[in-house]
Write a protein that binds this ligand. Sequence first.
Ligand SMILES: Nc1ncnc2c1ncn2[C@@H]1O[C@H](COP(=O)(O)OP(=O)(O)OP(=O)(O)O)[C@@H](O)[C@H]1O
Length: 451
Amino acid sequence: MNNINQNDKARRERNRLRKAAYLHFITGIRQLITIHKWKNVFVAAYMLVASCAWVYRGKLLFGLDSAFSLFPVLKIAFDWLVVLLLLLGLLCLISVIGTPLKAKLYQDRLISSGFTNHSHEPPLLLAKYKHPKNPKLTIWEFDENETSLSTWENKKDNIKGALIDTILHVKQSRNGRRVILTTVSPRSMLPPILRWQDNYLSKESFELILGESLIGRETVNLAKIPHILLGGSSGSGKSLLLKLLLMQAMKKGAEVYIADFKGGVDFSRVWHQKCRICFDENDLLDLLTSLTNELQRRKAALREEECVNNDEYNAATYSHLKRIIFACDEIAEILDKTGFSKERKELISQIESHLSVIARQGRAFGMHLIIATQRPSADILSGQIRSNIDCRICGRADNILSQIILDSTEAAEQIPKDAQGRFITNTGLIFQSYLFDDNEVFSSGSRAIGG
Ligand SMILES: Nc1ncnc2c1ncn2[C@@H]1O[C@H](COP(=O)(O)OP(=O)(O)OP(=O)(O)O)[C@@H](O)[C@H]1O
């Protein structure tokens, strides 16, 4: 029994070594073609040595080559042997190029941290190099090791411990055979303050800039992801992020409507001049009724022209149906029905039902919701509204709020308790949003760009 087990183990080890040799060779070829072209210097040097060895191969035999004149077959065999050895040398060189430094060390650490497959084997480290556009980031390529991408995601902490780097991103190569991690050294930090500059405004329709992450500028495109939910405890910076998005939307030519039930202090006079702001439920109901009527009008117009969305309709009919954004700084102030009279509850239900229509149908008709909340209560947002909001962003928060916004406790775990303007998306990316001054950005003129 013991023998069978040992044989099995030895066979698996042999298979693994064979697989490793093959993968390192393939990675070596990829490195020479794409990632580290400079390593072709080694291949060139080898070719030079190999050419010399070929030219002077006779000398390698220390005079024995005189026997070749008697036995020409020996000469042919010897030539083939030299060619074979030189080829073998080239294969070994490419495999060495395809083996990252300290690969064995990282694999041993992955075993110690418990990140192995069902056969207790760690993934093979195939390549490790600096991100071509951002030298702060490191790219690690592993073979998928019969482990699903979701397991890689779920075991990020084990992997992080082994690589001693913070994992920002996990993805699979196009053929699914490699898993590619983007990491950053824990010493690299996002700056605590980033100032908005007008030239950051995206020219892409209808892309809004959220802030900067360690892998670049973080954006959301309302043409693809129509609604946004922002969360974060008081002082986390969500009002400023909400205003950053609305400011860009206005500069891109959108109509913006705001429900501000927090006492009207967050939106300075310039906002009142540029967009309609509601302060009470009756006004809000009127506004939402007119917005859903507009949605129905757009629906009929698009149907008549057989267009699938706003952009197509505008292009086909030379019209300019603007994007419409309804924003709310604290949705719980509006939708929380607890303790109210029957009449008031009815009013709130109507508001909720209009919001629900925009959440479900708004995308095609260029109508969007950007909703913020700090109240950790799961029943404030109805399932219909929540399930239609795909972009969810949370700042500093406790476990409950993080769970409500992101469906995970990541914001509570990853955003420092004293952070301002630091957020995490539901895709797990942390970014710092831009700080800006209302009066300054609006006085620089409203250009309709990429709308
Ligand atoms: N992107 C940012 N960078 C740096 N500091 C920021 C940023 N955003 C906000 N802050 C700071 O945090 C403070 C609070 O921001 P903000 O009012 O947006 O928070 P909030 O989450 O909306 O809080 P509340 O719900 O209590 O209004 C701001 O006065 C500002 O000093």
